[in-house]
Every structure is written in C-alpha cells, then in structure tokens.
Design a protein around this ligand. Structure first.
Ligand SMILES: NC(=O)c1ccc[n+]([C@@H]2O[C@H](COP(=O)([O-])OP(=O)(O)OC[C@H]3O[C@@H](n4cnc5c(N)ncnc54)[C@H](OP(=O)(O)O)[C@@H]3O)[C@@H](O)[C@H]2O)c1
Length: 339
C-alpha cells in the first residue's frame, strides 16, 4: 500500500497564457480516511481549456483554489481503500480527482463521480468519448442543437476532444458534417477518420469561402467550440431556423474576458430566425445515461472511433494543458498516471 502522493499544486495565477511555472510538483503523506470517504488510485487524468479559469477562480461551479492547493481536474481511477459501503474497493470510477496520484472522495454531488460499468472500450475513455467529453458532444448536438437527418452541420474545434466525436455523431444520425480545424494534418484526419465530409483549415486563411463552398445553401446547426472570428464567420452562413450551439469559446479564453471580440454578423440570428444557445454539461447530468448508452452502442458497432492523445507520467500534466492552447492535441488530451 502506497504511503506517499505526488501532487501538482497551483504556484501562481496565470497572467495571459498559462505557463508550466504556474504549477509546482510536491510530495506529501497520504492521510487516513474518515468515515464515508474512499481513496482512489488515479489511472488517467484529463485536461481541459476551462482549467485556466480554475486557476483564476473564475468558474463558480468549482471550489476556489488558493496558491498551494491541488489543481482541480477530472480523472479515472480504481478505489483502493474505502470507508463507504456504496463505493467498494476494486471499482473503477471517474470524477473530480485533482492533479495527483491518489485522490479522496466521499460520493457527494461535488465530485460528480460515476462508476465505469461499460466493457466496450478502455477505462481511459471515461474521460473522453464515454465521459463528460462525449456527453458534451452528444447532448450538445442532439438535445441543444436538435439535429435532424439531412441537416447541414458545421463544427469548429473539430479535431479536439469534443469535436472529434461531433462529426461522427452527426454522420450516424444522417446529417452532413463539415469541420474546421488548424493545419493540413488535422484536416486530413477529419475527413479520413472522423466522419466529416469536408474539412476547412482556419490556419490557412479566412474560413468564410470554405464554409460557403461546403454549404452553398447555408448551415442548419453550427456546433461552435471556438468563438470569436470563426463563430462570426459561421453566423454569416446560417439557414432559416438554424441552431447555433455555443459549446466553448477557446479563442476567447485568454483575452476575451476583458476584450471579447464583437460579433459583426449577430444580426443574421434575427434575420434567419435562428436560435443560439449555450449550455453547461454539468446541468445535463439527468441525460448522461442515455448519452453513454448510445455512444457505447456506436463504439461496439464500429460506428464511432475515438481519438486519444496520451502523455505518460504525472510529471507531464502542465505540458498536457499547454498543448490545448497551442492546438497540439489531436483528440482528447490525457495523461497516464498509473497502470
Ligand atoms: N459547454 C460545456 O459544458 C463544455 C464541456 C466541455 C468542453 N467545453 C468547451 O468545448 C471546447 C472544446 O473542448 P475540447 O475538450 O474538445 O477541447 P480540446 O480538445 O481542448 O481542443 C482544443 C482545440 O481547440 C483548438 N483551438 C485552440 N485555440 C484556438 C483558437 N484560438 N482558435 C481556434 N481553435 C483553437 C485547437 O485545435 P486546432 O489545432 O484545430 O486549433 C485545440 O486542439 C472548449 O472551448 C471547451 O472549453 C464546453
């Protein structure tokens, strides 16, 4: 039984971009469990763009972080010790674990913890396609975007954790997905493996001509992960009664809070009688089981492939987070901590 824990703590709050020096790796003693608690050996940790906001205490749904606190984050791991009858040793769970080798939880709502029961894919997928990332893709497109067969669907951030599922889900539902990503390599992947009919490379220039060429009659659903200029370009190409799903706005996370880029084409929402809706996946937890069942079924049928980008070793957590903002990840960015 291990007695020591490696933990990444917040060393400083980011000014501008996140830096590796904003984190510090510390070693500590494992503390004994209290009644109701259980200990998890973390197998994989995920990173997400929202983590920069955690560092700034800018997300109300997370507990504030003081300098020296263990960085927040979701993981998947095995229960190795338990003083809670509902959470048993040996069970695999995913939930809030923090950037560390051993986490303690108590099953309360804060930890947003679930047992991994599916056997169709490796446990790491509980942080990706069969976890909140996949549920975001599915529920964002189906419930928020109200996608229907035949819909023309535009997806930005299409090679990221969320976007790499959205194109395949759209295709599986009989819709016609087109993806926007950065660089020729990612764009080739979108078309060859991730279900997109066409890919548009935003690093090669203005995306507007590419969108117009891919959808001469306009877009029914725009699943936007990026915000800013790319959101604005999509708005200019809406069809009547289009739905714009605001899933994320990664291009605005660093400077957008102080200086959000104005949307010059917002008037099109009115003209096209479109609906633009943001959502937060934690608020859709009543639908997770439905999403998981459908995603797992498609994986089993070979109709949904998942893309993971795995770094080895807890030492690489800051590097993993920085990769998102640099656009270096292809699919869900994970770190293997053990196993
Ligand atoms: N609403 C919710 O509840 C919810 C849940 C989960 C995630 N999200 C949000 O959804 C979005 C996607 O999440 P994810 O996990 O798929 O992200 P991800 O895997 O972290 O992908 C991030 C990708 O965004 C692209 N990107 C980064 N900076 C960009 C910029 N300035 N302009 C355009 N593209 C940029 C990069 O790919 P390229 O190389 O293609 O640029 C990068 O690989 C994020 O904004 C995230 O915050 C929302």
């Amino acid at each position: 039984m291990a007695t020591r824990n490696l933990q990444w703590v917040l060393a400083s709050r980011p000014e501008g971009a996140v830096k590796e020096s904003d984190f510090r790796l510390v070693e500590s003693e494992l503390r004994p469990l209290e009644q109701g608690e259980f200990r998890i050996e973390v197998l994989f940790l995920g990173v997400a763009a929202v983590m920069r906001n955690y560092m700034l205490n800018a997300e109300k749904f997370e507990r504030p972080l003081a300098i020296g606190d263990v960085m927040h984050g979701r993981g998947v791991g095995r229960i190795v010790e338990s003083r809670n009858a509902e959470w048993r040793v040996g069970e695999i769970v995913h939930g809030k674990m923090g950037w560390q080798q051993y986490a303690i939880a108590d099953g309360s709502a804060y930890f947003l913890m679930f047992k991994v029961r599916q056997r169709v894919a490796p446990v790491s997928t509980a942080l990706g396609v069969l976890g909140l990332t996949g549920f975001t893709s599915y529920l964002g497109l189906v419930d928020v975007g109200a996608v229907r067969a035949g819909d023309r669907v535009l997806v930005s951030g299409a090679a990221g954790g969320v976007g790499s599922n959205v194109g395949q889900i759209a295709r599986n539902l009989g819709a016609d997905p087109v993806g926007i990503a950065g660089g020729a390599e990612k764009c080739a992947l979108l078309v060859s493996r991730l279900g997109y009919r066409v890919a548009i490379d935003y690093r090669a220039g203005d995306v507007s001509p590419g969108i117009a060429a891919a959808f001469p009659d306009g877009i029914d659903v725009f699943f936007d992960n990026v915000g800013g200029e790319i959101l604005d370009a999509g708005l200019a190409q809406l069809r009547r009664h289009a739905r714009i799903v605001l899933c994320g706005a990664i291009s605005q996370y660093v400077n957008g809070v102080e200086r959000p880029r104005p949307l010059h084409n917002a008037y099109a929402i009115f003209k096209k009688m479109a609906r633009m809706e943001a959502f937060f996946i934690y608020e859709l937890s009543a639908h997770f089981e439905r999403a998981e069942a459908q995603l797992a079924a498609w994986i089993a049928e070979g109709r949904l492939i998942y893309q993971e980008d795995i770094l080895d070793g807890i030492q690489r957590m800051p590097e993993a987070l920085l990769r998102l903002f640099a656009g270096r990840n292809v699919g869900k960015q994970l770190v293997r901590v053990a196993g």
